[in-house]
Design a protein around this ligand. Structure first.
Ligand SMILES: [Zn+2]
Length: 476
């Protein structure tokens, strides 16, 4: 008996020494990218939840309850304001490159090694999930190396040859024959191609490597906005749940989950859509947290962004000090959808009544705004004042003129979108208390939120290249 006892004791001492000497190692790594998600995008979602309960303050997002909070700079090799390609390159390769470049050095001489490739070398399975096209810059950052992010055909080839395990997102940019040949190449390289909800729900472990092209990819090669989706449409969180089912195993995994349309919503200065996309990303974070609870010793969950979009702010001259985001609750769809609808009605009215007469008669447009966003309805706290009315009328007239987006004044006012609907969107934001400085990205630093194994490495303020450096330290 004593002999046996001693034998075990030595094993325990050995294990203790090993764990004390080594870095923490994470076997299961979740990297969430809220594209365009700065602190205010997060905070707006939290403020919205509280405002909907009639409270001051916030209802915290799951991601913001992380024990470790950091902050990263986002500038690229040649611009203070990055794009998503240079952003994901810095995050996954630990090296800065020029805007538009995907996982190559700034002079496009050689490919840069990604954390996903390093994870694969250690035998980990690799998953890539996005609400936008699977060949879009951020998801492509996991598997492609290209001098230009718009080299979609080459990016698709690199997806097929990557050997990675699980892809889920919206459709490829390619169409017709070009798309067909991509799909058959993908299949020849051993991925199962799934493009409908039933087959997706039936996917089970052991089925093999998967490419899931979301069936609702029709609009602009992306999933619908959360606020536009029908109840059965597969969510970001469901795509992650399926990934966990397919990838869990002794090898561990590294999964990228992108909320790609926070960025798109903020490009359009659409506060409500940004909030709902951020909440959808937070739902996916909750899915990861449930996994972490079951695997608390070797899971890392990291949530960050490639850059901020829109220059979103809380507090405007025309809002009130409440920042009452419940005023956004009357918006029935994303502005992308509303603009589509608005244009259809406008075209119909032009055909029926003629252009000139419609231009002199803006009532229908104001009615449309009231019906679909609440703007102009005093019962919803959204009455419009004389100044706002004048601004909206001017935008309405502008929407009948040929646009010249190279004119900076026009661009500042309407950013390439329909002038009237953009005026509606910005007025609505302003009344709720949200301001915007741009239709593009900003150079603001972005938050890092981290749970689990190795999370202590990610606190403080550093450069976005520091994410890759730290991830490489803790890969299993
Ligand atoms: Zn963007």
């Amino acid at each position: 008996m004593p002999f046996k006892y001693h034998k075990y004791l030595w094993i325990f001492i050995l294990l203790f020494m090993l764990s004390a000497c080594g870095q923490p190692r994470a076997k299961y790594i979740f990297l969430f990218i809220g594209d365009g998600m700065g602190t205010i995008q997060m905070n707006a979602a939290e403020r919205y939840l509280a405002a909907m309960e009639g409270k001051c303050g916030i209802v915290p997002l799951a991601m913001n309850q992380a024990p470790v909070h950091g902050m990263i700079t986002t500038y690229s090799a040649n611009r203070y304001i990055t794009d998503s390609a240079a952003g994901i390159t810095a995050i996954l390769c630990g090296q800065k490159t020029t805007n538009g470049t995907l996982n190559m050095d700034a002079e496009h001489r050689y490919p840069l090694k990604t954390v996903s490739e390093a994870a694969r070398e250690r035998g980990m399975k690799i998953g890539i999930i996005s609400t936008v096209g699977i060949d879009h810059a951020t998801p492509a950052g996991m598997y492609a190396h290209q001098p230009k992010r718009s080299n979609y055909a080459d990016i698709a080839l690199q997806l097929a040859y990557s050997g990675f395990d699980y892809f889920a997102g919206a459709d490829f940019q390619a169409t017709g024959n070009e798309r067909d040949s991509i799909i058959s190449l993908v299949k020849r390289n051993g991925l199962i191609y799934v493009n409908n909800a039933t087959a997706f729900h039936y996917l089970e472990p052991g089925a093999g490597r998967v490419l899931f092209v979301h069936p609702d990819s029709n609009h602009e090669k992306a999933l619908p906005y959360s606020m536009d989706r029908d109840a059965h449409s597969i969510t970001l969180s469901q795509m992650l749940e399926k990934a966990l089912l397919m990838l869990e195993g002794p090898e561990g995994f590294f999964i990228l989950i992108e909320g790609g349309k926070i960025d798109w919503a903020c490009h359009g200065n659409d506060a409500a859509a940004s909030i709902h996309e951020t909440l959808a990303l937070d739902e996916a974070v909750k899915t990861a947290l449930a996994f972490y609870e079951k695997n608390p010793k070797n899971t890392l969950i990291l949530i960050t962004a490639d850059h901020e979009t829109g220059g979103m702010s809380m507090g405007t001259n025309y809002g009130d000090n409440l920042v009452d985001l419940s005023k956004l609750q009357w918006q029935k769809a994303s502005f992308t959808e509303l603009i589509r609808e608005y244009r259809d009605i406008r075209e119909y009215n032009i055909e029926k009544n003629g252009r000139d007469s419609l231009m002199k008669n803006p009532d229908w447009a104001f009615e449309f705004a009231r019906e679909y966003t609440g703007l102009g309805d005093p019962d919803k706290g959204l009455a419009i004042n004389e100044y706002e009315k004048k601004h909206l009328l001017e935008a309405y007239e502008q929407s009948f003129k040929e646009r010249n987006w190279s004119d900076p004044y026009e661009y500042i006012l309407y950013g390439g979108y329909d002038p009237f609907m953009m005026a509606v969107s910005r007025t609505l934001s302003r009344k709720a208390g949200i301001g915007w400085t741009t239709y593009s990205h900003t150079g603001a630093p972005v938050p890092v939120r981290v749970f689990g194994t190795g999370s202590e490495l990610f606190g403080t303020f550093y450069d976005n290249t520091g994410i890759a450096e730290r991830l490489l330290k803790i890969l299993r």
